[in-house]
Design a protein around this ligand. Structure first.
Ligand SMILES: [Ca+2]
Length: 470
């Protein structure tokens, strides 16, 4: 029985405690969306009043936190700041002190004495933190806040529009003047909530009270959210396609939509600056046909002793080509090789720098310059091939490191292909998605002089664009 009574009393105590100390939802902790920046609102009951509305305003843009307490005066700030900051990173800290500094206190630091009288300016009270101390405290708080690396925004203290208890009308003015001096000297952004609310204070504030109505808190929240949004770090860059990257960062140095007729079968028959290393080998055979605005390549590989090779001036370090292509017949062993050539650099067979190769089962990116087309490597490899011997392990490993292959299956549809170099990376995209990327020293060759195609069978090409990024 006795145990039951104790237990009953404990339950009552719990209920009473819960009833007496309701948890203000503005003070409740939140869980972060790890993709979003972290914002901390520091301030007194005015800021508690706008916290939830700021959180709503910045939903999807920031995690809006606040200490689970009234921020009080600058004295409380100096005492509790480290605890409020915790040990996590803050991107933005929006803070205010003032209302609890300017309030009046009795000599024992209470604002209400035993007789139920509030301390004021004319009954022997003193301001909790006089303006000069406030300025000094604020300077120290700013120094500590700056060490967080967060973007800082100071909100000016909203108006005390009437005498109430220990609050004296217009007492915020010297405090805001002091705060402006500190913030200007420390180059801290100011969200001037005083200037924002003053002209419309009757519509926003509870009459005769420094607190704001629900509507007033929402208006303040919009101002706070606006000031925070202005300094939020840019959202992580949405993944952009390589075609978009070229467009955004490069200059279009060549475009050919092939809306014309070719002139014969020679090397320059395609026109518009195109040339061929193989056309003149078989002038009697037409390998490149301009038809219906499309470059239709049909290689006489057997007769020419080489796949059709067609090239155009490019001339960039970083940049790339965008090409629409189609394998209309999808012949056996069909492939399309696109790449960059620099015949003027010695030590590389035929100037082959690097290629992207679309083959029947794979896409391959290969660095020829420091790989198989490097004359020394090529010669060394050839001796083993001539002797029909297995390549030594070191040469095998070197050549393997120069390329990457990913599985791929061709079809007969039109596709957009982007082949680009950025630093020592070569990337190949199909229809807006990177399908292969590889880093190798040869990709960084300073001058991709030509853009070239190598087509052993039948490929249609349209809309060739060459972009120079650098
Ligand atoms: Ca066309």
């Amino acid at each position: 029985m006795r145990r039951l009574v104790v237990s009953f009393l404990a339950s009552v105590a719990t209920l009473v405690a819960a009833a007496v100390v309701p948890v203000d939802p503005a003070l409740a902790p939140i869980s972060d969306d790890p993709r979003l920046p972290r914002v901390l609102l520091i301030g007194d009951s005015v800021s508690i009043g706008y916290t939830l509305a700021v959180r709503r305003e910045l939903a999807g843009a920031a995690n809006v936190h606040r200490p689970p307490a009234n921020g009080g005066s600058t004295k409380i700030g100096l005492r509790d700041l480290d605890r409020w900051l915790g040990d996590q990173r803050w991107d933005v800290i929006h803070f205010n002190f003032g209302l609890h500094d300017l309030g009046y206190r009795w000599p024992d630091d209470s604002n209400l004495n035993a007789q139920g009288v509030y301390a004021t300016a004319d009954n022997g009270g003193h301001q909790n933190v006089p303006p000069a101390d406030y300025e000094r405290n604020l300077r120290e708080l700013v120094g500590r806040l700056k060490r967080t690396g967060a973007k800082l925004i100071f909100a000016t203290t909203t108006p005390v529009s009437a005498d109430l208890h220990s609050y004296v009308k217009a007492a915020e003015l010297p405090y805001n003047a002091a705060a402006r001096r500190v913030m200007q000297a420390e180059q801290i952004a100011i969200n001037d909530l005083w200037a924002f609310t003053t002209p419309q204070i009757d519509q926003l504030q509870i009459p005769g009270n420094p607190h704001f109505t629900a509507k007033g808190s929402v208006a303040l929240a919009r101002e706070v959210a606006r000031s925070v949004r202005a300094v939020l770090p840019a959202p992580p860059r949405a993944p952009v396609s390589d075609a978009t990257w070229l467009q955004a960062n490069g200059v279009l140095i060549f475009h050919d939509a092939f809306e014309r007729e070719e002139t014969g079968n020679g090397a320059k028959a395609i026109g518009n600056g195109w040339n061929s290393a193989t056309a003149d080998r078989v002038p009697q055979l037409k390998m490149a046909d301009l038809d219906a605005g499309i470059l239709k390549i049909s290689s006489a590989t057997k007769e020419a002793g080489h796949a059709a090779h067609i090239h155009h001036e490019a001339g960039f370090t970083d940049g790339g080509a965008v090409v629409r292509f189609r394998f209309p017949g999808l012949n056996k062993g069909e492939s399309l090789q696109l790449g960059f050539v620099d015949r003027d650099t010695p030590g590389i067979h035929a100037g082959h720098l690097c290629y992207g190769i679309l083959a029947p089962t794979s896409v391959t990116l290969i660095d020829h310059k420091t790989g198989v087309m490097n004359l020394e490597i090529r010669q060394r490899r050839q001796t083993y091939l001539d002797r029909k011997e297995k390549l030594p392990a070191d040469l095998e490993a070197l050549l393997k490191a120069k390329q990457v292959s990913v599985p791929w299956k061709p079809d007969t549809e039109w596709h957009e292909l982007v082949l680009l170099t950025e630093g020592d990376e070569l990337r190949l995209s199909l229809d807006g998605k990177v399908v292969a990327r590889h880093r190798s020293a040869g990709f960084a060759h300073p001058l991709k002089r030509w853009f070239s195609f190598l087509v052993p069978s039948t490929v249609w090409i349209d809309d060739v664009k060459i972009w120079k990024v650098k």
